[in-house]
Design a protein around this ligand. Structure first.
Ligand SMILES: NC(=O)c1ccc[n+]([C@@H]2O[C@H](COP(=O)([O-])OP(=O)(O)OC[C@H]3O[C@@H](n4cnc5c(N)ncnc54)[C@H](OP(=O)(O)O)[C@@H]3O)[C@@H](O)[C@H]2O)c1
Length: 263
């Protein structure tokens, strides 16, 4: 078993964007890292950067869209003798367009990564944390989780699942020494909209200043370290989440539709 004095954090989707920023933030706060995603070259570069700052980072190739990927990943981590103290379920992707026109393979891939792998990894890692009475889990949700989102319907629904799961787990686990934090960013400057095929949306083209991934990671780490249940990044995003939760959906649906649609 690992004897590192630096607790180890597993970050999925660590090859770029918010995941890479979270890995840097965790390293800065004294953690070693396990980085998992498909983009091995980008993670190797990040690992070298982190090791120059005193953090050891292990890179593991993982395609979380594949059935059984979460179990294979935890087996590989155990085989290397690494014990996970922090799990950051960050890997995720979007699929833009009217639902009936979205590629069904793409929708399936998204649900596997955003929902299935996240759930399986959490289920696999939690018992050890609870037995040790120590551990932190982050689920990267979104402000999209607070309302339905036409033209990105299945993505918004996947993030509603993440929010619901995380809030319930945080409640269930109170008093166990293990905390669960749902990080809910709003629009963030990463490859997300390009990957989702959403670069042409009003949202992606006209939102002048998306939050940098570094700011999301800083706020996320702070919430994780404090054991907070839900962290929404920034005042405007808190307002959006509040509107999503409490405004009648007949008002939020057309606004979200307009923001997500290309013109
Ligand atoms: N950017 C935003 O506006 C925004 C807002 C709210 C929430 N979020 C959430 O934040 C999280 C990170 O997204 P991001 O904005 O950083 O986007 P990003 O730059 O596109 O990064 C997505 C990450 O997920 C990984 N990933 C995608 N498919 C994967 C797969 N099959 N197996 C393993 N890893 C996979 C990617 O790695 P590989 O491609 O190398 O596998 C990449 O590291 C997601 O959960 C997203 O839903 C983003």
């Amino acid at each position: 078993m690992d004897t590192s004095p630096r607790p180890i954090a597993l970050v999925t989707g660590a090859s770029g964007g918010i995941g890479a920023a979270l890995a840097r933030e965790l390293a800065r706060h004294g953690h070693d890292l396990v980085l998992a995603a498909r983009g091995v070259a980008a993670m190797e570069t990040l690992a070298a950067e982190l090791s120059a700052e005193g953090a050891s980072a292990t890179v593991i190739a993982a395609d979380l869209a594949q059935p059984g990927a979460a179990a294979s990943l935890t087996e590989e981590i155990a085989r290397r003798g690494l014990g996970i103290e922090i799990l950051v379920n960050n890997a995720g992707l979007g699929a833009a367009g009217r639902f009936d026109k979205c590629d069904p393979v793409r929708i399936n891939e998204m649900l596997q990564v955003n929902i299935v792998a996240l759930t399986e990894l959490t289920r696999l890692v939690l018992p050890g944390m609870i037995a040790r009475r120590r551990g932190r889990v982050m689920l990267v949700g979104s402000v999209a989780g607070f309302q339905p989102g036409p033209h990105m319907a299945a993505y918004f629904a996947s993030k509603a699942y993440v929010l619901s799961l995380g809030e319930a787990l945080a409640y269930e686990l109170s008093g166990t020494g293990v905390s669960v934090t749902v990080l809910c960013p709003g629009a963030t400057a990463t490859n997300f909209f390009t990957t989702a095929g959403n670069d042409n949306s009003i949202m992606a083209r006209h939102l002048r200043r998306m939050m940098p991934a570094e700011d999301v990671a800083r706020l996320g780490y702070r919430g994780l370290a404090a054991g907070r249940g839900v962290v929404i990044t920034g005042a405007m995003n808190r307002l959006v989440a509040l509107a999503g939760r409490f405004m009648p959906h007949r008002i939020t649906l057309p606004v979200t539709d307009w923001l997500m649609r290309g013109d």
